[in-house]
Design a protein around this ligand. Structure first.
Ligand SMILES: C[S@@+](CC[C@H](N)C(=O)[O-])C[C@H]1O[C@@H](n2cnc3c(N)ncnc32)[C@H](O)[C@@H]1O
Length: 205
């Protein structure tokens, strides 16, 4: 029974984590609507504001970019996602800059951004050094980073279903290894869901 459940759920979950194929516009829009509040919470946590250069990692259809544009606007806002369907959808519904890219190889110069955010992105993926090193590289000294995702209980459930998923301690270790300091984790409730927020600052050197 458990096997059958895995067999059915895995492809469905993969469409949610990397919306692609014919359902991509539908999944992308739905996800963007659902994640608006999480994006607000993430941007509050790093006090995104005027003058910031903002990078939204795994931006999907771009709810983070829409929120960023609506607040006391960062000087620059760019979203990256590795799924072409999401980049196309985002570019149609938001006037921001979308770039098709993988977090493992960010096509930006060193220190290009002052804030980087990943909502329901990095926290869900298996922990590897490369993405965190890339985020550290494209952040200026003292730059702020935030990642949010469903809290650990949800991650544990995902792992049981065979979907790789990070965890709090491993994420903090990966950030510190990449040169981040003052790593903090906080839990809060957004629309009845427990959310984990991880923030960190890129070291000054
Ligand atoms: C659950 S969605 C979240 C989208 C968006 N952050 C939001 O708040 O609605 C996860 C996104 O991560 C993207 N993604 C997955 N692996 C990626 C990678 N290695 N680099 C860049 N984007 C990735 C997927 O294409 C998908 O759009």
């Amino acid at each position: 029974m458990k096997r059958v459940l895995k067999w059915i759920l895995r492809p469905l979950l993969s469409r949610y984590f990397r919306p692609h194929g014919v359902l991509a516009p539908l999944t992308g829009r739905r996800m963007a609507r659902r994640n608006m509040d999480d994006q607000r919470v993430a941007q509050d946590a790093v006090e995104l504001g005027p003058g910031d250069r903002f990078l939204d990692i795994a931006c999907g259809a771009g709810p983070g970019l829409a929120i960023a544009a609506g607040r006391a606007g960062p000087a620059l806002a760019v979203g990256i996602d590795k799924e072409p369907a999401q980049v196309r959808l985002g570019s149609r519904i938001n006037p921001s800059r979308y770039v098709l890219a993988d977090v493992e190889a960010l096509p930006f110069r060193d220190g290009a951004f002052t804030v980087a955010s990943s909502v329901n992105g990095l926290l869900y993926w298996p922990i590897r050094e490369r993405p965190y090193a890339e985020v550290a590289r494209v952040l200026a000294a003292g730059g702020r980073f935030v990642a949010t995702g469903r809290a650990p209980r949800a991650h544990a459930r995902l792992r049981r279903l065979g979907v790789p998923s990070g965890n709090e301690r491993a994420v903090c270790d990966a950030l510190e290894n990449a040169g981040f300091v003052t790593t903090r984790t906080v839990r809060t409730t957004v629309r009845d869901r427990e959310i984990l927020i991880v923030t960190a600052e890129r070291s000054q050197t």
